[in-house]
Write a protein that binds this ligand. Structure first.
Ligand code: CP
Length: 327
């Protein structure tokens, strides 16, 4: 266990009393900080030549991705393998889901194979929570519909903490297609819980209707929303979740909502640029900004993502492994 984590726990409180990680909602600040501290340990290990640790040996990790993924699937696979787990990726395109098997029947099937931890991505909001209720092992949400993407928020928080030395008091602008973004939702909750001043910046058609209930300021003009920001998080225009004309055209969207160096000049001179990926270069962000090594933390986000997933897999399987103090 990482010694630095102890300083954040209220005395006598379990550092992470949750069986699953289905979202950031419901987590306390010290629980989020605990996961970030644990992940910090794995960042260092991942930079060493020997990256293996066998603590998940003999455990079976099933990654069931019902939606496409590059970063999240690969980093959960690498994370599980570095921890010594037997990692199996369920190929949904070749599975019985394609023959009409229900989500619940799929969950019961995975459970019958005695998985020790299941990682799920699904296009339906709430699907991961539904599966978590049906299985005997910990479940990690790798993104469900527009609902949550908790490990993305944790890796974003860790990236900010490493670059800025802390999170409380920072002005974070989350910009673009907030309406369709589970990343935005998890980050609003995560960074807000850790004391950041979060604002969303989006065209009126891409602002979620209940945004005022999330405790964030809302701007419908990119230049105004970037003013004084310490962190600028750009979001992908999620065409696959759009059933109608939310934006006139990608070219027009870029003209008003694309992050360029000129626009970035409104933020703090040392403002950090982030993007969860995959990026639409030339739409929500120019290549010049995305590849600017002085400003962009996009590659670092991917790097610490493996560490965050190692921490989550380790922490959530502790009770199963009989680690002392983890019931
Ligand atoms: N950020 C993210 O979830 O990327 P993938 O869709 O590639 O997993």
């Amino acid at each position: 266990m990482n010694a630095s984590a102890h300083s954040h726990w209220p005395y006598g409180v379990h550092p992470f009393p949750h069986r699953h990680l289905t979202g950031i909602a419901g987590l306390k600040a010290h629980e989020i900080t605990f996961l970030l501290d644990e992940a910090e340990h794995w960042v260092a290990i991942n930079r060493a030549q020997t990256k293996h640790d066998n603590r998940l040996a003999s455990l079976t990790q099933i990654n069931a991705f019902f939606e496409n993924s590059t970063r999240t699937l690969l980093s959960f696979e690498i994370a599980g393998k570095r921890l010594g787990a037997d990692v199996v990726n369920m190929m949904v395109a070749q599975s019985s889901v394609k023959k009409g098997e229900t989500l619940i029947d799929t969950a019961v099937t995975l459970n019958a194979m005695r998985a020790d931890v299941i990682v799920i991505r699904h296009d339906a909001s709430g699907a991961v929570g539904l599966i978590a209720d049906k299985v005997d092992c910990p479940v990690l949400n790798a993104g469900d519909g527009r609902h949550e993407h908790p490990t993305q928020a944790l890796l974003d928080a860790l990236t900010i903490r490493r670059r800025k030395g802390g999170i409380a008091g920072l002005k974070v602008a989350i910009c673009g297609d907030v309406l369709h973004s589970r990343v935005a939702r998890s980050n609003i909750i995560c960074l807000g819980t850790l004391g950041a001043e979060v604002r969303v910046v989006a065209p009126p058609t891409l602002v979620p209707p209940a945004i005022d209930r999330m405790g964030v300021a809302c701007f419908t003009d990119l230049d105004a929303g970037l003013e004084g920001a310490d962190v600028v998080m750009m979001l992908r225009l999620q065409r696959e979740r759009m059933a109608g004309g939310f934006v006139p055209s990608e070219r027009e969207y870029h003209a008003f909502w694309g992050l360029t160096h000129e626009r970035l000049a409104r933020a703090q001179p040392d403002a950090l640029v982030m993007h969860p990926g995959p990026m639409n270069r030339g739409v929500e962000i120019t290549s010049a900004v995305a590849d600017d090594i002085d400003r962009s933390a996009i590659t670092e986000q991917v790097e610490v993502g493996v560490a965050v997933r190692m921490a989550c897999l380790d922490v959530l399987t502790r009770a199963r492994r009989g680690v002392e103090g983890w019931a």
